[in-house]
Design a protein around this ligand. Structure first.
Ligand code: ZN
Length: 322
């Protein structure tokens, strides 16, 4: 190799290294939450909130599974009964009643696939949550936050752009208000008469169609759980049994796709990994991990009405005997 070419290659190689390193660094204001060792969240409680049975599976199932793997006790809360079914080609075709029953059954399995201890359904009619009293939804969520002693929520972002589904933003706004009010002593004081205590939610992972990304969660270790949460979502969404259906369609035509393997479970899993996990894979590539989910993250103490912790710190440092 000519020296000039050798130096040129070195320079080019260095530039490429610097470029790929730059690609691995998140932009300012974005934190990459990586896998933790052990169970640093033991004793804490997570509430994953969705309007519909496919919301958390598609947008946040890897993060929910990760936080539970790392010690959280998890619960899944669904706002609607999903009775409006799904867009053509998605989910399972059927009547309104069949949609409600199918999604009710699926939600039990989705919660299990992510490792949740239990789940709750508020059962409002699908696409109709704009009619529901916001205060009613807030009060129902406050009761759950206090009863379960919720520390962290995962939910739709109440203030994100491009949101077209009223159920998403109604649930999200109720959650945001409930997280704050649940910690106050004068809201719904009858709860205290039955033994509950005020409980302030510490932090929030908000997902959205067009999120303001402040936190990237590496879900590479939990990708199989995310795939299984979506595989459990049969009545709704782009995953479920789409792979085995495609396999059967092709078999009827005397054809097959090697991707779909030789049995229905493999067909469903491989279809979901290839076609439904695309966004998680692309986000992972952008942030230097294999699979990722992204959030607008609200950190502990971010609520402006909370007592400023700097007051206590100042008193501790400056108070002198009278
Ligand atoms: Zn939805």
């Amino acid at each position: 190799m000519l020296r000039r070419n050798f130096l040129g290659s070195l320079f080019a190689g260095g530039a490429v290294s610097r470029l790929s390193l730059a690609q691995q660094q998140p932009p300012p204001g974005v934190f990459v939450e990586r896998s933790a060792t052990g169970q640093p969240h033991a004793g804490k409680v997570l509430l994953a909130v969705e309007a519909h049975s496919d919301d958390v599976p598609l947008s946040a199932a890897g993060t929910v599974a990760k936080l539970i793997d790392e010690g959280y006790t998890g619960y899944l809360l669904r706002g609607t009964n999903d009775d409006m079914g799904d867009a053509p080609g998605l989910g399972t075709p059927g009547t309104i009643g069949e949609s409600a029953l199918g999604n009710e059954r699926d939600t039990v399995e989705v919660a299990k696939a992510m490792g949740c201890k239990s789940h709750f359904d508020l059962n409002y009619s699908n696409h109709r949550m704009a009619d529901v009293s916001l205060n009613e939804v807030i009060s129902r969520i406050i009761l759950l936050i206090r009863a379960l002693k919720v520390d962290t929520v995962v939910c739709w972002d109440p203030w994100a752009h491009d949101e077209e589904n009223p159920d998403h933003y109604m649930m999200a706004r109720a959650v945001e208000a409930a997280c704050w009010m649940a910690g106050r002593a004068h809201d719904y004081p009858e709860h205290f008469a039955i033994g509950l205590q005020p409980k302030q939610v510490l932090d929030k992972y908000y997902f959205a169609r067009r999120p303001e990304i402040t936190r990237v969660v590496d879900i590479s270790k939990q990708i199989d759980k995310k795939i299984d949460a979506n595989r459990a979502n049969v009545a709704k969404g782009p995953a479920g049994h789409q792979g085995s259906r495609l396999r059967a369609e092709l078999a009827a035509q005397g054809r097959k796709l090697p991707l779909l393997g030789d049995d229905d479970v493999t067909a469903d899993r491989n279809y979901i990994r290839e076609f439904v996990m695309t966004r998680s894979r692309e986000l992972g590539k952008r942030y230097g991990v294999e699979y990722a989910e992204v959030f607008h993250y609200i950190s502990p103490g971010a609520a402006g009405a909370d007592r400023d912790p700097r007051v206590d710190a100042y008193v501790k440092q400056h108070a002198v005997p009278k």
